[in-house]
Design a protein around this ligand. Structure first.
Ligand code: CDT
Length: 312
C-alpha cells in the first residue's frame, strides 16, 4: 500500500480587489484544516491567487502585469510555503507566471514535503480568444494573456509516486491524460476556473457543464488507471459565476469525494497509489494493447480532414 492522504482545497470566489495576502491567508486556513486531517499533499485551484482575470479585456501591458508573479515563492506566498514546510505537507497551486524572459504562462507548481518546488506544468490547451469578442456574453481571454505551455506534460517522482498536472481546459483533451499515462502517472492533479454558463450558448445548463467536467475527469482517470483530483475555484467572482463540484476520482473512474458548497471547502481522501496497478496491468496495459501505427493522425493533424480531402 502506498497511501497519500490528499486534500483537495476548493476555493470560493476571489474578487478583483482582493489582495494576494488576503487570498493566501484563506489558503492557510484550508491548509490548517488539511494538516489537522492528516493530509500529506494539498492541491489548490488554477490561478488561485487572484480573480480569474482573463475575463477582463485589458490593453495596458502594465495593468496585465499586475496579475502575474515574477518570482515564486514571493513575499505574498512565502507564509503558505513556511506553514506547509513546518508541517511537512506538500502543496500544488496555480498562478500566472511571468518568466525572466518576458513569457507569460498559466502555471501549476508542485512541491515535495520539504517545500522544494520539484516541478511545474504550463497549461497547453488555452481556451477562449485573443481579441475582444462582442458576440460573447462575457470574455475568456486566455489566448491574449498566455502563451501555450512549453514544457509538454511532465511527470514527477514525489512521495513515492508518479505525479502529473493538468490545468482546467486540459481536462477535456484525452491526449493530455494519455501523455501523462504513458509516463506512468498514478496521480493527476488539476485545478479549474469554469464559468457556470456557456458564453456562446445560454441554453447549456449548469448541470450539463458539471456533467462534462466530471465525464472528462472520470474518463481520464479510468482510461489511464490514475487518481484524478480536480479542484475548483468557484462562486460569484466579479459578478460572474464559476461552478464548484471539486472531485476526487479513483483509478477505476468512480468519484470518491465531491464538494457540496461553492466556497472554500476541503475534500480529504486517502489515495492508495497501488490501486492504480490493476488497470495498468490489465485492460489499460498500454504496452500490450496500444496500436500506435494507427494513431498517426493524432500528432500530424489538428483539424478535421474528411476522407474526400475537404477540410472541416
Ligand atoms: N480556465 C479554463 O480553462 N476554463 C475553460 C472554460 C472554457 S470556456 C471558453 C474550461 O474548459 O473549463
Amino acid at each position: 500500500m502506498r497511501e497519500i492522504v490528499i486534500g483537495a482545497a476548493q476555493m470560493g470566489p476571489i474578487q478583483r480587489y482582493d489582495s494576494r495576502e488576503v487570498v493566501v491567508a484563506r489558503m492557510i486556513v484550508l491548509l490548517e484544516e488539511a494538516i489537522a486531517a492528516g493530509c500529506m499533499l494539498v492541491i489548490f485551484p488554477e490561478l488561485c491567487l487572484t480573480t480569474f482575470f482573463p475575463r477582463w479585456y485589458m490593453e495596458d501591458e502594465r495593468e496585465v502585469a499586475t496579475w502575474f508573479e515574477a518570482k515564486m515563492p514571493n513575499a505574498a506566498t512565502q507564509p503558505l510555503f513556511d506553514r506547509a514546510r513546518t508541517a511537512g505537507v506538500a502543496i500544488s497551486f496555480g498562478y500566472a507566471e511571468q518568466t525572466p524572459e518576458g513569457q507569460a504562462f498559466n502555471t501549476q507548481l508542485l512541491t515535495d514535503p520539504d517545500l522544494n518546488i520539484i516541478g511545474k506544468y504550463r497549461k497547453v490547451h488555452l481556451p477562449g480568444h485573443a481579441e475582444f469578442d462582442p458576440d460573447r456574453a462575457f470574455q475568456h481571454l486566455e489566448k491574449r494573456y498566455f502563451q501555450p505551455g512549453d514544457l509538454g506534460f511532465p511527470v514527477f517522482r514525489n512521495m513515492n509516486a508518479w505525479m502529473g498536472m493538468l490545468i482546467c481546459n486540459d481536462r477535456r483533451w484525452p491526449e493530455a491524460y494519455r501523455e501523462l499515462g504513458l509516463q506512468g502517472a498514478e496521480l493527476i492533479m488539476l485545478g479549474y476556473n469554469t464559468p457556470t454558463t456557456n458564453s456562446q450558448n445560454s441554453g447549456e445548463t449548469p448541470e450539463t457543464r458539471v456533467f462534462h467536467s466530471d465525464l472528462c475527469c472520470q474518463a481520464g482517470a479510468y482510461q489511464n488507471s490514475a487518481w484524478v483530483v480536480a479542484v475548483a475555484k468557484a462562486g460569484d467572482e466579479d459578478g460572474h459565476a464559476l461552478f464548484a463540484g471539486s472531485i476526487i476520482v479513483a483509478p477505476d473512474g468512480t468519484i470518491v469525494e465531491k464538494a457540496t458548497t461553492d466556497g472554500d471547502e476541503l475534500l480529504v481522501h486517502s489515495c492508495d497509489m497501488d490501486e492504480t496497478k490493476f488497470g495498468k496491468k490489465t485492460i489499460f496495459d498500454f504496452k500490450r494493447h496500444r496500436q500506435i501505427k494507427h494513431y498517426s493522425r493524432i500528432t500530424s493533424q489538428t483539424g478535421v480532414i474528411y476522407p474526400d480531402g475537404t477540410k472541416g
